[in-house]
Structures are given as C-alpha cells and as structure tokens.
Design a binder for this molecule. Structure first.
Ligand SMILES: [Zn+2]
Ligand SMILES: [Zn+2]
Ligand SMILES: [Zn+2]
Ligand SMILES: [Zn+2]
Ligand SMILES: [Zn+2]
Ligand SMILES: [Zn+2]
Ligand SMILES: [Zn+2]
Length: 1752
C-alpha cells in the first residue's frame, strides 16, 4: 500500500514537472475570463500537489507549487521571466525608509528612553546599532514575536527616526508620492488582475466553512480521502492531548508528541488520513475522551481537497507578501485590492472578511495573514490610514470575537491595535473621525455587565467564564492607553468635542466603580468567606495610568479642563445625590465654633475604598490650581457649586477606615480588607487613590472654616466626645476597664494627628504647593534613601511609573545621592547625600509603618554619629499655591490648639493609658510645623502685608476659664524636664529654640507684640540641668553595660561548652594547617631540600593530634589507633578534558590503568576538611539514612543530597559529601627499610626489577599449572634475583578500623569514578584511587598556574588537608587490596616504558598521561618492593621511576612539539642545554626514520621543552611533597625567577634535563628506540592521527561577549535542532563548550538511563560528566546542574550600569559582562565546586529541591 502510494506520487510529480509556467502564463494573458482560467488551473492542480498522504511533505509540495502554480502567476505578473522581471522591479524601486522587520520570538528589540514617543516604539538590532540611540538611555527586551521595527517612522521617534541604513538622502523629502508612477501601466493592470484573483481565492478558501464543497472551484476528482484535523485550544494541556491521541489514533507516544507539538505551533494538524468513516471514528474517540471536565478538543473531518486548497491558500498569502517586497507600487496595488469594497457593501472587502473571520481561523493561518497585513497595509502610509479606519469601525466586533476566542491575544487580530493606535496621527484621526475613545470605553463597559442595584460593577458573583472574560477585557484598557499615550500638541474644536465625549463615557465607567465593593465592619463573629476584592483592584490598577493620562490631556487645554471639571463635578453629585438622605443632621460645637453635619459612623455603616470620581475631581482641581484662570478669574471656575463637606465626606471615610483597620477594629473582616488597604497605599495604586484622597481633604480644608473641618474630622474618627468634653478623655481612660478599647482610641488619635500632618505638609505636587515636578520626585527619593542606601532597581520599584515606564529618577538622582559601585557580589547602591538629610520628614506620607520606623532609626543614628542632637524636626516646606493658601490656618485654628493642648495636658499629667508617646511625638511635630510656617511667613514678609499667622502668640496664651489650663508653651516647658520623656527632649528643645527665634524676628520687625515669656531663661537653665541629668544617665548606662557584659561572658563560656563544634573549626584551622610541614621547618636547614630518592631530606616525625567534630574528643593519628576520617566528595570530572566528544566506554569492561593525555574524564576528590572519628561518622550516617527513609515514606520529597548514593552533608559545614578519607601518618616510613650502601643506578635497577617481574610472571604461570611445588625449587629454577622473596606476605600495619576506612574510600572512588556498582574485590579499585590522587593534584596545579600563584604556600588549608590525606591514602591502599593484583598493575604500567615479552598491546607513549603513570607506578611499587630484601631502598625505586617517566615525558614532548622555527628573537647562546637537547632530538629523528620534522634550533627546543614539562614537574613536586612530607623550599613558596631550577633541585633532577639521558645512555637508547618504533607513533608522525601536545593549555569557560544583546541575538537565530527550524523557547548556552541547546521543551527531550531528560541534562552527561554550567539566554540566568536531581540558579555575570543583574530580563537596562564575576563562576567550575554550590543553594532554599531539573 505504502509503496503503491509512493509510486503514484512519483508518477504525478513527473507529469507535473512537465508543465511549463511560461505557456500557462501566455494562455492566461490571452484569456477573456482570467479568473475562470486561473480557478480551473488551481482546481485541477492543487489537489494533485497538496495533501497526497497522511503526513505533509512540505519540501516536495513547495517545490511543485512553485513550479506549477506560482510560476505561471509570476510569469503573468512580470510579463517575462520572473528571474529578470523581479530584479528589475527591485532596482526601479526606491529603497524604503521604513524597516518594518517583523520580529521573531526571542529576538532582541530596543527602545530609546530619550527619544521613543512611547515604549512600544522599538528597533531591530541592526537598525539600533546604526542609530543614534546607541548612545542614549536605551532599553532592551526580547520580542514575544509579532510586531515590527519602527525604524524610519517619523512619528515614532522624537529624534533620530532613521538608522544609517534607512536614512533619507538629503535631496529627498519624506513627502509622499504615488509609488505607482514607477511601474509600467500594463504591469499595473496585470498586477491588479492577478492579485485580485489570488487574494480572493485565498480568502475564500480560508474562510470556507463547508466540509465537502469548494468555493467557485469544481472538484475534479471526488475521492474518498479525508483528514481528521485536530485543532489547538488553550484549555487542554500537552499531556492531555498526547494521552488522548495515543488512544484515539493508536500512535506511539513519540508520534503523539509530534502531533501535539505541531498543533500547539500551527494551530492544527491532521492526525489521521483515510476514508470518511475511518476519520470520523478517531474524531469521536477524541471528543469523547476530552469532553469530561472541559469542552472537548476541536476536531473536524475534512475532505482532502479542501485541506489541499487551504494549504495552498496560505502559501499564496505568503507569496503575495514576498512579491510586494520587490516594489512599493505592487504593495500599493495589493492594499488597494485588499481594501476594495466588494458587491456586498460595508465589510465586504477581503481585508474586512479576514479580520472578521479571525477568531475562527487556526493559529497558523492567522500568523500568515497577520504578517501579510503588517508587510502591506501597515507599511504603506496611505493605506495604513484606511486600514486603521476599517479596524476602528470593526473594533467592537473584533473585540467581541476576541472575548469568545480562547487563543492568546498575540494570536488575535485585535492585537494589531498596538501597531495602529500608538501612531499619534492615526490615534488623533480615529478619535476625531471615528470617535474611537468613546468606542473603546463603551465596548469595555459592554463586556462588564454584572452590576449591583446601584449600577456599580459587581465582581463578587462572577462565574469562572465571566472571570476569564474579565481578564481578556482588560486588554481594552491597554488600547485606551495606546490611544492616549501621545498627547495632542494642538486642539481643534472637533478634537475637544470628541475628547469630552470620550470623557463622558469614561466618567460613566468611573461612576460604575464609585463605591463598588462596599464593606461593613464585622462585629462578633469573623466573616465566613473572604469577599472578592482582587477584580476591583485589578481594574483600578489597570486604569490608574489611564486616569492619569486623561488628566494630562485635560491639563493641556484650559477650555477642556474647565469643561471636564464641570462634568466630573456633576457626576460626583449624581453619585452622592442625597448623601444626607435618611441620616439625621447633627450639630457639633467646640471652642465657640459649631457646624452641622450628618450622623455617620465608619465603624457601623457601609464604606467603600473605591472612589475614582472623587479622586478624578481632586486631580482636576489641582490642575485648575495651576492655571492662570485660578488666580486671575476665579469666578470663571465652577467653585461656587462645590460643597466642601460633600467633597471631603467619602475620602475622609476611606482614610478613617484605614485608621480603624490599623487600630485593630476590623480584625474580623479578614485578609481581603488588609490587602485592599495595602494596595490603597501601594506605589501601583496610590497616585490615583490615597494621594488623591489627601488632595481632596486639602481642597476641602482650603475652602472651609478649619474649625468646622476639624470637628467633622473628629466626628468621623469617632473622637469628637473625647476632645469636645473637658476631662472626658481622662474619665474615659480611667473608667474604661477594657484596655483594648483605650488602646484603640489612642491609635485613632495618633492616626488623626498623622492625617493632619499630611494635610498640611504634603504640598510637593505642582498645583498644591509652589513646586515643580522634579521637586516631587527628589523628595520621594530622599525619603526612600533615608531608610537605607538602595540599588537602582529598588528605587525604581518604590517610585510610581508613568505610561512610558519612566519614574523621572535619573534626571534628579545625582542631585540627591551618590553612587557606590558593587563588589564581586551584591549590587551598586545609591547613598543619600548628607546635605539632603535636612529635608527628611519623619511623617512622609508614602512611608509604610515599617519604613517609617527604620527611617527614624537610621536618621537618629546618623545624627548621633555627627554628634548632633537627635531631634527630627519637620523640614521647611514650600508655600502653597493660592487656591490652597488658606489651608495653613488649620494649624492655628482654635480646635487644633484645643486638641494639641489636651494631649499635652495628658502628657503633663502622665497618668493611665490616656496618652501615648507617639501621640505626643505627633503633636510636637505639628507644633514644629506651625512654627516653621510662622517663621517663613515672617522671613518673606513684605512691607504692606500683615502677618495673619500668629501661632506663637496663640500658644503663649493660657486656656480660659473654667479650666484655666496652662498655655501650650508652659506645658512644653514642663515636659522638657519630665523624666519619662527623655527621647523627646531634643525635639522639645528645638521647638523652644525656634519659638525664641521667631520672637526675635517679630521684635526686629516689630509687627506685633508677642506675649512676654520666660522661655529664653527657662531654656538656658534647663540646659545645665539637662547636662547634669545626662551625665547621671550615662553613668547608670555604663554600670548596666558592665553588668550585661559580665553576664554575657558567663553565657559565652557556657555556649562554647554547648557548641564546641562551632569553635572547632577555628581551632582546627590552627591545628591541622600547621600540623604538616611548616612547624618543622626551622629544624631542617633550608639549604637544599629534596623531596624523594635516597637523598630525600629526613623529616622528624611529628605527632598529629586532631579533634572529632562530632564527639569533640581529641585523638592522635597513628597506624594502630581508631581511624579518623575527613568528609569528602568524589565526582567524575571533565574540567581538564581536551576531548569532550569522547564516547564513554562501557564501564564494566573499561580498563582505567592508563589515563589518556586528553584527560577526558577524571575522578576528582574534594573535602571541606572536617575531621571525625570513623565510628562517629558511621553512626551519624546511619542516623541520616534512617531519618531519610522515614521522611521519604512520609513526605515523598527530595533532599539536596541522595542518601541512597551514599551522600550526606558534613555535620559541621553542611558541605555535600559522599564518602570519607581516612587520615594516616606518612605511609612510606612504614615500608622504607633504610640502607644507604650501594644503591643501584637506573640501568642496574631496571635490570633487577625486570628479573623480579619475570619471576613473578613465571611464578604465577606455574602457580596456575601445578600447585604444591616447593618455593625453593623455583628459586633455584628461576634464578630469583638476590634478596627477592615472592613468597613473603607483608603484614598489614594498620588497625582494623583504618583498614575498613581504606576499603570504604577506595570502593567509593571506584564506584563514582567508573559509575559502577560497588565491588571492593575488583582489581580496578586501587587504580581508581591512584587516578583520583593524580587527577586531583593536576586540577589544583592548573588552578594555581592560572592564577599565577606559587606552587606552595597558597593553598587553602582544606585543600592542603585533602591532598595530604588523599595522597597518603592512595599510597596505603595497596595494603588492603590483593597483592598480586597490585603487582600485576605495576608490571603492566612499567611495561609501557620498559617493554617485556609478556605485555603486548599497551598504549604508545603518546597516549599515556605521564603524571598518572608516575603516580600509579610509585604507589604500586611498594607491592613489589616489600618482597625485596636486597637492601635497595624504596626511595631509590621512587627516584628511578620518576626519572624514567620524566624521560618518557621529555620524548613525548619533543615528538609532539609543534616548534616553528620562525627565528623570533632567537638568542644564539648555544648553551649546554640547547646543544644537548638538539642532540637528543637528532637521535629521535634517527629512531623515527626521519619522519620527525627537521629542527636546527636548540634554543627553540629547549624553550619548548621547559614550558612543556613544567606542569608535570609542578604536579610531581606536589605529589612527592604530600607523599614524603618534605617541606618545600622557600623559593617555590613564592613567585620568582628560576622556578624551574628550584623545582629540579627539589625533585632531585639535574637542571639540564637531558643529562638524564646521557647518564643512562646504555639502556635509554634501547628504550627510546622501542618507544619510537611503535606503530601509533609512526602514524602520528605521518599525520594520520592526532596527539596531544604539551603544555596542555588550561580549560576555560567560553568567551562571552561584552554586550548581552549579542547573546540574545545569537539565541534568537538559534532554532531547535529537532523540530525543523522552529525557534527554541528556552535557548540555553553551555558555558563549558559553547553549545546552544533547546532546553525545557518536549521536542528535545531524550532518554538517559531509562528516564526522559531535557537537553541540558542530556548535554551534561557528554560535556561535563553530569555537571553543567549554562546560561539561560532569555532569562539571563546561570544554571548549575549536577546529575538529574540537583540544580540551582546563579546570578549571571552581566551587570547594568547601576551594578545590578537583571535575572529574567525584566528591567531591560543594557547589560555588560562583568569579567570578575565571570571569573568567579569559572573558578567554581575549575575547583569542582559546582555541586557543592548547588547543595548550599538547595539547603538555603528548599523550593529549589522540588524543581524537575532533569527536564531542563
Ligand atoms: Zn529595523
Ligand atoms: Zn533602520
Ligand atoms: Zn535616543
Ligand atoms: Zn568522634
Ligand atoms: Zn565540613
Ligand atoms: Zn557543553
Ligand atoms: Zn527542541
């Protein structure tokens, strides 16, 4: 069947290929009815090309369609071969000045904060780089797809609209000319024809709804082939779809994933192909399976030819888009065709049809035609306007469709509003001509139908569907924002008219919000259900900017402003019509004033936080105050209509509500109310909520008698009784037994005083006070920074943003703050300039309570540091604008004085709970404000003015009968000496001082006499008293401090006993770090230290005593005592790898004996350096294990460590560990039988060893053949070398506990290093141990070299300890493994250098890492040596082994050296070394049969050799140092010259390394010959294979670009490698090798060890042996991964100019590479600390543990 189909398809293809595009085009040119001809052609061919089988074949289809279908159209259009026609068109076309590049998902876009008209104006990267905005304050984001580059759009940019590429020629004018003039007439006609036909065809077929018929096309062959088409929805999850498909169409999971991915991407995919019934069957299964919880998945059975035509229809649209790219003329013709009205009149143009059908189209189709619209209609200035009108006329319909549609807005045509409405000229045109503003608002209102009886919005009873719609409808507010974002520069009457009409509609909207979500105080029981509040606040939040923008519009035109003000007032009166109805008027009177008001209690009746109409009016009032009318012709303002008590009523209620909530009176109303209050004050809402309520109160006070205002206020706060009735307060608090109620009242009083402070003091908005906009923002910043220094982003968050996302901060920050750069961690901070501190107002209205107390503390501390008094007096304030000027009188009003007097009286009497310190503090602040006010009045006094502000006089007057209370001033003087008010003394003194200053001012101006007071004298005398008092206090404080200190030190002693381990760390650092070598240094003469060999410097044995961190017991490290262990972490590592593509061999068969010099995978051991008893550790580990098992059963949660894999956290530092290393005394001492007599030279030694090896082999062979023969017989037979006793079994010197730990650690190394199951018997165990020792030393040597640090003396002690114990362990491990196995390893290892007949097929010397070989040889040698009783010392063997390997390495280096004789700076010294190395090289040439390159420069060779061998020598020095414990000479503990010579001397090598060869030439020549004659060496020299050359360069992380946008761009060009050209959603860069991966997505999941893992996890297994470092490019976040379950995020090395990272790329500031931070990440990697870092991160943040890291 499949084969048949294949054959058929091929036959068709062949016949199709024979079609001639030219001939068809000619036929069309002659046709009378072109449409009929074309349709016939399409009807015949389209089904033959498209949809021939179950799966689409896009490449074949495209190829055939181009040939048979599009080709003729192109011929027809051009009238000639399009290969010539199109380039001609392109040439004739004037280059466009619009870029119009449509953005891909993830592509970087740039906006200029200085020049963009609004933040939606963006540039593509190319245009941006060629624009002037590069140097401006730009913002960078990644595109979500859709939208296009605005380069060249003069309306989008205030400056620099063109980049270099799109720049206008000087001769050109941007004026429009008809692009059709550039086209020949006949072509214009043909273009009309073919565009009209094809466009119509495409639109018809895409909007076709019948399943079995075609529009205007005959079905040529009506076959029974159908598709079962599955459509995308946003309801069902990926998993649901995959699961359903597997069931319905019987496919594999992989296929189902493929289907689901395509459906998600394109919006539809056929999931079955066949006859109708077959397809219908699948459909019903899918529908049935998905209809249970939600609406079913959309599935349709469609005839194959319909699908075919639809596919071609889309292809045609794309084709049209590309054809019009050749010429602006063609583009215009297409626009004309698209917008031409059809026979059915309104809405019948092709463009209208598509738009109106949008919500019914699938995603893929929408994308295609949206793109066509963008490249045609939106790129043609004339038609953009016409299209905008069509769009606006259809607006309501489109939005309704969008509400019903379930696709995201980015896939809806409604989303084009951003492209249209943000163009200022279009927006203005649409407002005036199409009444767009009203349309949008009305549409919005239409979709929010749910109202309560008063007609207000009601979200409380929203169903899920309504809530969903509500979320969608919010995008309309966005449209409104776009329309308003650019403000008109001039107003026409028409614009005024239409704007005000829109304003009316807007007021209707606000009216529905005024008073919504009313609440009533819950008494008795707690509310049962939290009421819905979020929807209303969402609405408020979204509208906030719009409300502000509407005010901005009004501010631009006085006529509009006055009209708007009137309208707003009218609506407010409607809202509150009869707000006095049914409520009893009552009369309040105090201090001889009385006022009538209503009876209303916030705590008993309904109250609402939502008062947008009042607040809008407040905003407009402030704007009016700024106008000239306000003070020139106030009669023109509708002020007379205002009723101040009505204006203040609702805002006041709202503020009282806040006060009561704070006083705890609304506790039973639950969290919803707390949240509402929070948002009311929050930076996102406060501008149009809290701030405006304050303004409204200010407006009210300025228009009424302040005494009246205060009485109404007292009444609303429910405090009227307390202040109006003398002594009521005192009685109230003494009689009321309920402390809570008293406390409540106190809080209310405090809150009320605070409110008065705000009403008087908040005058920093232009229009209220005489300030400008920058003063306002400066003040905000000053107060934020008064709390503490802040980062740029923190400040931005604390400030309100305008519609352009600007806070205006940058323009003023320099004036008020200094910037402090960040260090390696943390971020840059702004610090308040000291001179700004005087502007600090403790009662700044945007402080939260917490902020206020932090700021107070910080400011007082600052003052103390500066040795100033700690008073925080109110700052001097700017004067009010005339409209608000009378407001200040509230401070000197009788009621105010009465309130202040009463509270001071309470404080003086100091009894009961009647008063609080905060209350007093606020009164003092108010007094201070009043004095500041009076002082300023006096200072700005002009001749003719009379000062009406006479506060000082008023407070000097004693109260009247019947109380005869003392004057406020007198009371202050009393309080100054009150012992209980210590903290307020500074403030009271400040007040008295200011009082005196004013008095003097008055006297000097002698405007009016001031009542004589003794204040001055009082102050003086009190100051002395004060001093004495302070001294006494200080003495008391000192004594108290001493007592506390004594207590503390007692506690500390106790604490040390309790928490010994905490102090252990410090002790131990002192202990172990000095334990090794340094302590002995003075004993040994520094003259010549030798690390190995018979000449090795003898080190006095040193007792090492350590303490267990678990039981705190001390113990000496000895061979026969209980084992002490170090917590350690073993991991596989590729950090040094030179070949990341190496395929990991099967671990069960892999032989690790020889390490390849590419070091592709090593085993690293690290330790935190913390020591425990082995048994203590065992007990601890068992406990962890048991706890973990219980926890897993109970909670099924992961931990940061994997107990089953032996992982645990160090009990002291929580460092991740997976085993322990035993601590040992230097092991060599135990086996070294010292004998200095006649040690053999290298030749002799090799001979002996070879004999011994031979004997061992023979013995083993014989052993196998026949058991039971006498060993002496063999000795005779074999001629055993002298003193060699192969039957000798050495006694293991270690205690049982140490032996056990040797095995434990060895097995762990084996298990982790090879990724196998633990098996302590495996002969590979010792190899892995030696390997880990060698590898770890190599990594540390590299780190030191990279950092240019000396080899010794700079290791952190935890590394020093780790290397000591690791080396000693590796040296001792042979004692617990099979002797013969270790002997066998030694023999094989040695055979790689000294060949014998037994070991064939060993790697050639090019393929051996010599340091690994050295370590393995030296550490396995004791296994042979222990049976050698000939008197040869172990050290002699070490030395010969070392020399042998060194020589092999020299040959290795010379063979692979890539010396170029470039004659560069060659010094012709011909030193001894140079001559010798040249001789050696010549010998090598000889041995290799002259395959080696000819080199004549000994200088070069020697230089290369020295550089190449250095790492090996350094590693060897470390190794022998840790092995034998000989301290390092001081010369190599510091950086300096002659390091090479010092190293050689320490290692017992001649400075001229080649001497080694000369000294042992008899045997070496043979060896070299054998090395060089190896086949692999030959192949290498012939260039047939590769080899590592020396010195190996250190691995670094990849180079990152300085500018982060380069990375974004790189990532946006990256497409998923598995799903054919699709953009990856989470492109992620491997920082180790630079591979870009498609992370966190289904498409790139692979199976790893039987589990599905994401691309990153899979990559770590090949690239990093399980450990990975990635940069998630879209998120700008570093990702650390280790294994499948461990991961964490890490701050990226990119910082903005403010020294901050931008994780998630939310702020969009330009980011640049911070090299230091990147180095830090690199160091983590080189030190193998990634896993540890993850462990710490996960311990600190448990949510990280729950993330499915393996899916990234
Ligand atoms: Zn561009
Ligand atoms: Zn450009
Ligand atoms: Zn700019
Ligand atoms: Zn212990
Ligand atoms: Zn530790
Ligand atoms: Zn990689
Ligand atoms: Zn992918």
């Amino acid at each position: 069947m499949a084969a048949d189909l294949e054959a058929e398809v091929q036959a068709i293809d062949k016949s199709l290929l024979e079609c001639s595009a030219e001939e068809i085009a000619v036929k069309w040119l002659q046709a009378n009815d072109l449409q009929k001809e074309v349709y016939q052609h399409l009807a015949y061919y389209v089904p033959k090309i498209y949809c021939r089988g179950p799966n689409p074949a896009p490449q074949r289809e495209d190829m055939l369609a181009q040939h048979v279908l599009l080709g003729p159209m192109e011929w027809y259009l051009c009238g000639e071969d399009p290969a010539f026609g199109f380039p001609k068109l392109e040439q004739a076309n004037k280059p466009s000045h619009l870029c119009g590049r449509v953005f891909k998902v993830g592509e970087p876009t740039y906006s200029c904060r200085d020049c963009a008209v609004d933040p939606t104006c963006v540039l593509c990267m190319e245009c941006f780089l060629g624009s002037i905005h590069r140097e401006h304050r730009y913002r960078m984001t990644t595109s979500g797809g859709g939208g296009f580059c605005d380069c060249g759009d003069t309306e989008a940019w205030k400056e620099g609209p063109y980049c270099q590429k799109h720049e206008l020629n000087t001769s050109e004018t941007p004026e429009e000319e008809d692009p059709l003039v550039h086209l020949p007439e006949d072509m214009v006609a043909r273009a009309y024809n073919i565009f009209a036909i094809t466009f119509k065809y495409a639109v018809d077929i895409l909007t076709w709804e019948k399943e079995n018929e075609l529009p205007g096309l005959e079905m040529i062959e009506k076959s029974d082939t159908y598709y079962c088409m599955l459509f995308n929805d946003e309801v069902h999850t990926y998993e649901q779809v995959i699961y359903t498909l597997q069931k319905a169409v019987n496919c594999t999971q992989k296929e189902a994933i493929g289907f689901a991915t395509t459906v998600d991407r394109d919006g539809r995919r056929s999931v079955r192909y066949g006859d109708f019934q077959y397809c219908d069957q699948a459909k019903s299964v899918i529908v049935r399976n998905t209809s249970r919880q939600t609406k079913p998945l959309k599935v349709q059975v469609m005839h194959s030819s319909i699908v075919a035509h639809q596919s071609f229809g889309l292809k045609l649209l794309t084709w049209l888009g590309s054809v019009i790219g050749y010429s602006d003329g063609l583009r215009r013709i297409l626009c004309q065709v698209g917008l031409q009205e059809g026979p059915d009149g309104e809405n019948s143009s092709l463009v209208d049809k598509l738009m109106l059908y949008d919500s019914k189209l699938w995603k893929g189709a929408r994308n295609v035609y949206h793109q066509l619209f963008m490249s045609s209609l939106l790129m043609d200035l004339k038609y953009k306007k016409l299209f905008a009108i069509r769009f606006a006329r259809n607006y309501e319909r489109l939005q309704s469709d969008f509400m019903k549609d379930d696709h995201d807005r980015e896939f809806s045509i409604a989303d084009l509003s951003i492209q249209i409405f943000t163009v200022p000229s279009l927006a203005r045109m649409l407002i005036t001509e199409e009444n767009l503003m009203t349309t949008i608002i009305k549409t919005f209102m239409d979709h929010l139908r749910h109202r309560d009886i008063q007609g207000r919005f009601q979200f409380e009873r929203y169903t899920a569907l309504q809530a969903f719609k509500f979320r969608r409808v919010q995008s309309l507010i966005l449209d409104l924002k776009y329309v308003l974002i650019s403000k008109p520069t001039e107003w026409s009457d028409e614009l005024r008219h239409k704007f005000l009409e829109g304003f009316d509609a807007f007021l209707e909207l606000l009216k529905c919000m005024q008073g919504m979500d009313p609440i009533t105080r819950q008494v008795g029981q707690h509310i049962e259900m939290e009421p819905e509040w979020e929807a209303a606040f969402t609405l408020q939040m979204k509208l906030t900017l719009v409300i502000s923008m509407i005010q901005d519009w009004c501010a631009l035109d006085e006529k509009v402003l006055i009209e708007a003000y009137k309208k707003c007032l009218t609506v407010l009166m409607q809202c509150h019509s009869g707000f006095t109805d049914g409520e009893q008027p009552i009369v309040l009177s105090m201090c001889g004033h009385s006022v009538e008001t209503i009876r209303y209690c916030v705590s008993q009746e309904k109250v609402s936080i939502h008062l947008p109409v009042s607040r809008l009016l407040a905003g407009l009032h402030v704007l009016l105050s700024k106008t000239e009318v306000a003070y020139k012709f106030p009669e023109l303002l509708p002020l007379s209509e205002l009723s101040p008590p009505m204006l203040i009523e609702h805002p006041l209620r709202c503020l009282v509500l806040c006060a009561q909530v704070h006083a705890g009176m609304w506790r039973r109303n639950g969290f919803s109310l707390v949240n509402q209050i929070y948002y009311y004050h929050n930076v996102k809402c406060r501008r149009e909520m809290f701030d405006k309520d304050i303004v409204m109160l200010q407006t009210g006070v300025s228009m009424m008698d302040p005494n009246h205002f205060l009485m109404i206020m007292l009444s609303r706060f429910e405090l009227y009784q307390i202040f109006s009735t003398p002594d009521y307060g005192k009685r109230f608090s003494t009689e009321n037994t309920n402390k809570d109620v008293v406390q409540q009242n106190n809080t209310l009083i405090e809150e009320m005083l605070y409110l008065i402070i705000m009403i008087v003091g908040e005058r920093f908005s232009p229009g209220i006070g005489q300030v400008n906009a920058t003063d306002e923002i400066k003040r905000e910043i000053i107060h934020q920074l008064s709390i503490r220094p802040m980062a740029h982003s923190e400040l931005v968050k604390a400030l309100p943003e305008d519609e352009n996302r600007e806070t205006g901060m940058e323009s003023v920050i320099e004036e008020v703050a200094c910037f402090k750069k960040p260090g390696l961690t943390g971020r840059g901070l702004y610090e308040l300039k000291p001179e700004c501190a005087r502007n600090f107002n403790l009662y700044f209205y945007h402080f939260s309570r917490a902020e206020q107390s932090k700021a107070e503390e910080a400011q007082r501390k600052l003052k103390r540091q500066n040795r100033e008094d700690t008073a925080l007096p109110p700052p001097a304030l700017p004067p009010f604008c005339p409209l608000f000027a009378s407001l200040v009188n509230i401070l000197q009003s009788d009621v105010m004085l009465c309130i202040m007097g009463t509270i001071l009286q309470w404080a003086v009497e100091h009894n009961g709970y009647a008063w609080s310190e905060s209350m007093l503090q606020r009164v003092l602040h108010l007094l201070g404000m009043a004095l500041q006010e009076e002082k300023q009045h006096l200072e700005n006094l002009s001749e003719e003015n009379v000062v009406t502000f006479t506060f000082t006089q008023k407070i000097s007057r004693p109260g009247e009968a019947p109380n005869n209370s003392p004057s406020i001033l007198a009371m202050l003087e009393t309080l100054q000496n009150a012992p209980h008010l210590e903290v307020h003394k500074d403030m009271i003194r400040w007040i008295l001082k200011t009082f005196n200053t004013i008095k003097k001012l008055r006297e000097s101006s002698s405007t009016s006499p001031v009542a004589e007071t003794e204040g001055n004298i009082m102050e003086e005398s009190s100051r002395d008293k004060d001093k004495a008092e302070r001294k006494r206090k200080a003495e008391i404080a000192r004594l108290r401090r001493e007592k506390i200190m004594a207590q503390m030190s007692e506690m500390q002693r106790h604490f040390i006993n309790e928490n010994k381990e905490l102090f252990q760390q410090t002790l131990e650092e002192l202990d172990t770090s000095t334990s090794g070598v340094h302590e002995n240094s003075p004993v040994i003469s520094d003259a010549k230290l030798t690390a190995l060999g018979p000449e090795q410097t003898r080190v006095a044995e040193h007792r090492q005593v350590v303490m267990c961190i678990l039981c705190q017991e001390e113990q000496e490290v000895k061979v026969d005592s209980r084992a002490m262990v170090l917590a350690a972490f073993i991991q596989r590592s590729t950090v040094l790898s030179k070949n990341r593509n190496k395929i990991t061999p099967d671990p069960d068969k892999y032989d690790p004996l020889f390490m390849h010099p590419d070091l592709s995978c090593g085993t690293h051991t690290g330790s935190c350096g913390h020591i425990m008893h082995a048994h203590c550790w065992q007990r601890y580990f068992d406990a962890v294990q048991a706890k973990e098992q219980r926890r897993q059963q109970r909670l099924r949660v992961h931990t940061s460590y994997d107990v089953e894999n032996g992982e645990f956290l160090c009990p002291l530092c929580e460092c991740l560990s997976n085993t322990v290393i035993p601590l040992l005394p230097p092991p060599r001492v135990l086996f070294n039988r010292l004998d200095f007599s006649g040690q053999p030279n290298l030749t002799q030694w090799i001979k002996t060893i070879s004999q011994q090896i031979k004997a061992l082999y023979l013995l083993r062979d014989e052993d196998c053949a026949s058991n039971g023969k006498n060993i002496l017989e063999f000795q005779f037979l074999l001629q055993l070398p002298e003193g060699f006793r192969p039957d000798f079994k050495p006694k293991n010197p270690y205690s049982e506990s140490i032996k056990e730990m040797l095995t434990t650690f060895g097995t762990a190394t084996y298990k982790v290093g090879l990724k196998v199951h633990p098996n302590e018997e495996d002969p590979r165990v010792p190899i892995m141990c030696w390997g880990s020792c060698a590898y770890t030393i190599q990594t540390i040597e590299r780190i030191l070299a990279d950092e240019d640090k000396p080899l010794f003396g700079h290791l952190p002690c935890r590394q020093d300890d780790c290397l000591t114990s690791l080396t000693r362990f590796a040296a001792a491990h042979w004692t617990v493994s099979s002797l013969s196995a270790v002997q066998g390893h030694f023999c094989t290892l040695l055979a790689s250098l000294v060949p014998n007949e037994k070991n064939g097929n060993l790697p050639c010397i090019l393929d051996i890492d010599m340091f690994h070989l050295l370590v393995s040889l030296v550490l396995s040698f004791p296994a042979i040596h222990c049976q050698d009783f000939s008197g040869v010392s172990l050290g002699t063997g070490d030395l010969h082994l070392f020399h042998l390997v060194t020589m092999a390495h020299i040959v290795q280096i010379l063979l692979t050296s890539s010396t170029e004789e470039n004659g560069m700076d060659q010094e012709n010294t011909n030193s001894e070394e140079e001559v010798a190395v040249l001789t050696l090289y010549k010998f090598l040439c000889q041995c290799t049969g002259s395959a080696l390159k000819e080199i004549s420069s000994g200088w070069h060779l020697w230089r290369n050799l020295k550089a190449g061998i250095m790492p090996f020598l350094r590693c060897s020095a470390l190794f022998f140092h840790y092995l034998n414990g000989v301290p390092a000479p001081s010369e190599i503990q510091v950086n300096g010259t002659n390091q090479f010579e010092h190293l050689c001397s320490y290692l017992s090598l001649p400075n001229n390394l080649t001497c080694l060869f000369q000294e042992n030439s008899d045997i070496l020549n043979t060896l070299i010959e054998s090395w060089c004659s190896n086949n692999e060496v030959k192949r290498y020299l012939e260039g047939k294979r590769h080899a590592i050359s020396y010195a190996r360069e250190s691995n670094k992380l990849i180079d990152l670009p300085d500018d982060y946008s380069c990375l974004i761009n790189q990532a946006s060009n990256f497409s998923c490698p598995k799903s054919g050209g699709d953009k990856s959603r989470a492109p992620t860069l491997c920082l180790v090798c630079g591979t870009m991966l498609c992370s966190q997505s289904y498409c790139c999941q692979t199976e790893l060890e039987g589990e599905d893992v994401g691309a990153c996890t899979a990559h770590t297994y090949t690239c990093g042996s399980g450990v990975g470092i990635f940069l998630r490019v879209r998120e700008c976040q570093v990702l650390f991964l280790a294994g499948k379950t461990k991961g964490c995020f890490y701050p990226p090395p990119y910082l903005d100019d403010y020294g901050e990272t931008d994780q998630g790329l939310r702020r969009g500031n330009p980011l640049h590479l911070c090299k230091e931070r990147f180095k830090k990440i690199q160091k983590l990697w080189q030190q193998h600390s990634i896993t540890e870092e993850i462990g710490h991160a996960q311990e600190a943040n448990q949510t990280l543990v729950g993330i499915d890291w393996q899916h990234l």
